[in-house]
Design a binder for this molecule. Structure first.
Ligand SMILES: Nc1ncnc2c1ncn2[C@@H]1O[C@H](COP(=O)(O)OP(=O)(O)OP(=O)(O)O)[C@@H](O)[C@H]1O
Ligand SMILES: [Mg+2]
Length: 495
């Protein structure tokens, strides 16, 4: 596929720490957090003007699903916009909690395990052609994903268990995966989910749902994560020979690899050969480089992706993690934790280090340790703050742009409406439900015509500036794009 849309869903960890006593129970806290969302959309499961979805499931992990993005930089900005959005909701929740006579701070963590060992996800969605041979896809994709954690894992301080000392692992999610490929997401936690819900024209496309990833704090890590996976998919789709890396036991392998930070752990390829994760990744990287040399780069960041991929393999292989400790989440956090351990003369089993691990993922721009390192210039970045602010209120140039425009316009006119990834409906015109099955199409005459039924948009709608939107008194992502300049149904003139 020449172009691909990608979207990422992130579930966040949530906690309340009052100055004394126990915090609010998780479900109550989640309800506080989502109150502005419910006030905005009368539901805790809504689409918002930047084209994304905010969602509170039965549990208490708020979820943000980015809009479908056709450009990697848009995806990274949309992902970071979700963090910023969650932060603004947390600030508002703290204010409301205080107004109700409680105190304490609200913590939102972009990680994948809480202190009780529960896991929550960061799911990737890739548009793929329906013609992709699923057996071939899984034969290459599974080994890639099982070992991808050495490139883009978020790192984890693992406390001691009966049979293992405390140590540092590549991944947060690895221990929580139970199956290679399956159609269930929650019960069996597969690495790749095959539920067939393409949110596109089912005759031509599928949506590949990757469940295995750790959430990324570093945008450089994100670039490598989505960029390398996209390249592997392109190779599969184009049918070039990639070699046989199929694993004998993917679930055994994913844990084994995660817990050996030396990178020496081997996995068995079906048929007998043993390989380290680095050897396997290097094998795929060599093929990806050859593929790019032969077919050309399909976007401007391909060289950077390949360079990061290579450098990270090198760092794991040589043990010289300094090569990537500004770029790759597990290595950035490992260095941070090691610095603290050295300063205080404590070992991996010290609870303080688990706290540092958690605090790395705190989305609070002042309190979070990743953000602290960013302010000190200790980590690299591939997107800037303005792009993130922009992405909070602006959909990417895909079908999401139509979704955002539809929502913002209907809201300005006070017209009841419903949208999802594909459907657009004004409640009082149910027969005109519009389906947008092409995720790339960001213009559509049917949407324009439907919105025209609401009024003369060019004379009646005024777009709000960023400053005006910030002054609306709600989290930025939930502000109105348009202001209605004149009443729509004017009184009939008096004769
Ligand atoms: N055609 C598509 N191809 C790839 N990704 C898509 C496509 N359409 C939408 N997406 C992305 O897929 C994700 C869907 O998120 P959503 O949480 O709604 O789905 P889900 O995980 O299947 O549902 P749930 O979380 O309710 O189980 C979003 O990030 C969105 O941008
Ligand atoms: Mg989801």
């Amino acid at each position: 596929m020449d172009r691909r849309v990608i979207g990422v869903e992130t579930e966040f960890g949530l906690a309340h720490r009052p100055s004394s006593g126990r915090g609010l129970p998780p479900d109550e806290l989640a309800r506080y957090l989502f109150r502005p969302v419910v006030e905005y959309g009368r539901s805790s499961n809504i689409f918002i003007p930047n084209g994304s979805r905010l969602y509170l499931d039965v549990g208490s992990h708020p979820e943000y699903a980015t809009a479908e993005c056709a450009d990697l930089m848009d995806l990274l900005a949309a992902d970071r916009a979700g963090e910023q959005m969650m932060h603004e909701l947390a600030v508002e929740a703290e204010r409301r909690i205080a107004a109700d006579g409680f105190d304490g701070q609200v913590y939102l963590l972009k990680n994948n395990v809480d202190s009780a060992g529960n896991s929550y996800g960061s799911h990737e969605n890739y548009l793929i052609p329906r013609t992709t041979h699923f057996r071939r896809l899984s034969g290459i994709l599974l080994p890639f994903l099982v070992t991808r954690q050495i490139l883009v894992g978020a790192g984890r301080v693992v406390p001691a268990t009966e049979d293992r000392e405390a140590h540092y692992a590549f991944s947060q999610r690895a221990d929580h995966m139970w199956e290679g490929i399956s159609s269930a997401t929650t019960r069996s936690r597969p690495i790749v989910n095959t539920r067939d819900e393409p949110h596109a024209d089912a005759a031509h496309h599928r949506r590949l749902h990757v469940i295995v990833g750790d959430s990324s704090m570093s945008s450089t890590t994100s670039l490598l994560r989505y960029g390398s996976t996209d390249l592997v998919l392109r190779m599969v789709e184009s049918g070039v020979p990639i070699g046989d890396f199929e694993l004998e036991n993917p679930i055994g392998a994913i844990r084994h690899v995660s817990h050996d930070i030396t990178g020496k752990a081997t996995v068995r390829i079906r048929g007998g050969e043993e390989m380290t994760a680095v050897q396997l990744q290097r094998g795929l990287l060599q093929r990806a480089k050859r593929f790019v040399a032969e077919h050309g780069a399909h976007h401007e960041h391909v060289d950077r992706v390949l360079e990061l991929w290579e450098r990270t393999c090198e760092a794991v292989e040589t043990g010289d993690h300094g090569l990537i400790d500004q770029d790759i989440d597990w290595a950035i956090k490992k260095r941070l934790v090691e610095d603290v351990a050295a300063k205080h003369g404590i070992g991996w089993d010290h609870p303080r280090l688990e706290q540092i691990d958690m605090a790395y993922h705190d989305v609070h721009p002042q309190r979070g340790l990743f953000h602290l390192l960013a302010r000190r210039g200790r980590v690299s970045s591939v997107i800037d703050d303005d792009a993130v602010t922009h992405a909070m209120i602006t959909p990417p140039a895909t079908r999401a742009a139509l979704r955002g425009e539809f929502l913002s316009t209907a809201r300005a006119y006070g017209a009841e409406h419903t949208v999802d990834w594909v459907h657009h409906k004004l409640t009082d015109r149910p027969l005109d439900t519009i389906m947008l099955k092409d995720p790339f199409a960001h213009q559509d005459e049917r949407i324009e015509a439907l919105l025209d039924t609401l009024g003369d948009r060019s004379s009646q709608l005024q777009e709000q500036s960023l400053r005006q939107r910030r002054a609306q008194g709600v989290p930025l992502a939930l502000t109105e794009k348009y202001h209605l300049t004149a009443p729509v149904h004017a009184e009939p003139p008096l004769i």
